[in-house]
Design a binder for this molecule. Structure first.
Ligand SMILES: Nc1ncnc2c1ncn2[C@@H]1O[C@H](COP(=O)(O)OP(=O)(O)O[C@H]2O[C@H](CO)[C@@H](O)[C@H](O)[C@H]2O)[C@@H](O)[C@H]1O
Length: 484
């Protein structure tokens, strides 16, 4: 144990292995495990969504009602699952969480998301009190948990255990702010009403993330560069003044890569294994990927992409660039779910280039692993990217990332044309299709004419290390600062 052990209550709306819609879930699994490895006592807590994996293994703990002086009352069940030896408490509330998806059906968020997640925030604290948990730090993640700091300071300040707790809010993606009309919070009466009055905006809405930024003791962003971007008008999604006010409490900590789950030498989802000393398995993975997606099997360069289908990921830059890039002798494979317009455009493009583009409109972890391993290049032309995990996974798999230089992408990839001796990827900056197209062609040229350089880059990429251990140490420093 490196430092004094801290009791951390880690609150997230999704956790890899149980339920996942994006990168938040990865962090909510790997960071708690890394904190545990440093000797801290971590407890996780999340909503008991209908589709949680291992739901039938959950152990019932307790059932009780939450009442407010406004006359609102709802019963919750408290269940327990395990993430290795870490206890994961799950808040069951049928009306709120027993739905087909965590946040939205189709492309629209559930209309009562403000009420659902405000209730979750309240339930977390009620459950911690009822369980008599020792809590030094409540680690909140994104808007779904962002009322907790306010509630701790205003409703639990006299509680013998929770009253001493400090709150840390991690920003994974500040474009999602949890902005809801005030009527969604009315049933919580005086618990939330003063906050609504303080922060109400011109649309008569409460922005839950703003509440978190204002009231948490410390704020972290998921990369140093994103922390800087959050202080700017361009990068803060309208919240720059809020972040500027908390400037001295805001720190960027780069996410890690879990080298147990994402390791080409051991990955059980791959048909063959490989390392930087022997890449023959990688070429078998490439063949398996082409076979699986019914693309011509040959030595053509393959460009892969795995992500949510959303504007953030740069599709409106990528689609016009692909129109021209697919005329070259290349293959592009994309897996993702989300925006139906992006999906339709990818489908149309695939019809025009059936032997070159494969778009899979699905969420599949095995295919994501196969794309990471079987591709030569990995695409992340994001408009903004708080950290990004897939570029780290692609580096680990010797798949050269082609990225836009923003957020955490900029913190993790070294550009070939800026620093050949240390490069592991290709970077473009202006968010324009022509810039991306140039870079794609640049990468293709390197593949065709500079194979030795490319294999050095691949080797370098596979030797990079973005450990969760390092991130956990940095989070511990933030906890210590908050507690002091
Ligand atoms: N169709 C599909 N099939 C299988 N797997 C899929 C998939 N679509 C996405 N994934 C997986 O979901 C995760 C996506 O993580 P990212 O960090 O790249 O993005 P996201 O924008 O969701 O996360 C936000 O939070 C994270 C965590 O802090 C930040 O890194 C990021 O910048 C921020 O936008 C990866 O593990 C990826 O493999």
């Amino acid at each position: 144990m490196s430092k004094e052990s801290v009791n951390v209550l880690f609150v997230a709306s999704e956790i890899e292995g149980f339920i996942k819609t994006g990168g938040l879930a990865d962090v909510a699994k790997y960071l708690p495990l890394a904190l545990r490895n440093l000797g801290h006592r971590v407890t996780l807590i999340m909503p008991f969504f209908r589709n949680i994996a291992h739901r039938d293994e959950a152990q019932f703990i307790d059932r009780f009602s939450i009442k407010t002086e406004a006359g609102f009352e709802k019963e919750i069940g408290l269940w327990q699952l395990m993430l290795e030896d870490i206890c994961v408490y799950c808040i069951e509330q049928h009306d709120y969480y027993d739905r087909s998806q965590p946040y939205s059906e189709g492309e629209y968020g559930y209309p009562d998301n403000g009420e659902r997640f405000a209730f979750f925030n309240l339930s977390v604290l009620e459950a911690a009190a009822r369980l008599d948990l020792d809590v030094d730090i409540i680690h909140c993640n994104d808007w779904h948990t962002a009322l907790i700091p306010y509630l701790v300071k205003t409703q639990y300040h006299a509680h013998p255990k929770l009253g001493q707790a400090k709150t840390v809010l991690t920003i994974h993606n500040a474009i999602f702010q949890g902005q809801f009309e005030r009527r969604q919070f009315e049933m919580f009466g005086d618990l939330i009403a003063p906050l609504v009055d303080t922060l109400l905006d011109g649309y008569q809405c409460l922005n839950m993330l703003k509440a978190g930024i204002r009231f948490s003791d410390k704020i972290t962003a998921v990369s140093p560069n994103y922390a800087n971007e959050l202080l700017t008008r361009l990068g803060a999604h309208g919240l720059h003044e809020f972040f500027q006010q908390r400037h001295s409490d805001l720190t960027g900590i780069l996410n890690g890569c879990d080298y147990k789950d994402w390791n080409p030498t051991t990955d059980s989802m791959l048909p063959a294994h490989y390392s930087c000393d022997d890449l023959s398995g990688k070429w078998q993975c490439k063949e398996a990927l082409q076979n699986e997606l019914q693309l011509p099997v040959n030595q053509i360069p393959v460009f892969g992409m795995v992500c949510r289908l959303t504007e953030q990921k740069g599709f409106y830059i990528l689609l016009p660039a692909l129109e021209l890039f697919l005329r070259h002798h290349v293959q592009v494979v994309i897996i993702g779910t989300g925006d139906s317009q992006i999906a339709q455009q990818l489908d149309r493009l695939q019809q025009r280039y059936p032997d070159k583009l494969r778009f899979v409109n699905a969420y599949s972890n095995p295919l994501a692993h196969l794309i990471e391993a079987g591709s030569d290049f990995f695409l992340m032309p994001s408009l903004f990217e708080p950290c990004g995990l897939n570029q780290m996974y692609s580096l680990a798999y010797g798949t050269i990332p082609i990225i836009r230089g923003v957020g955490g992408l900029q913190d993790t990839v070294v550009d070939y044309d800026q620093n050949q001796d240390d490069a592991d990827g290709f970077i473009f900056y202006p968010p324009e299709s022509s810039e991306l197209l140039n870079l794609l062609r640049r990468a293709l040229l390197a593949y065709l004419e500079e194979p030795e350089q490319l294999s050095l880059m691949r080797k370098r990429a596979m030797q990079r290390e973005f450990s969760w251990d390092k991130a956990a140490h940095q989070y511990c420093d933030i906890y210590t600062q908050a507690l002091n």
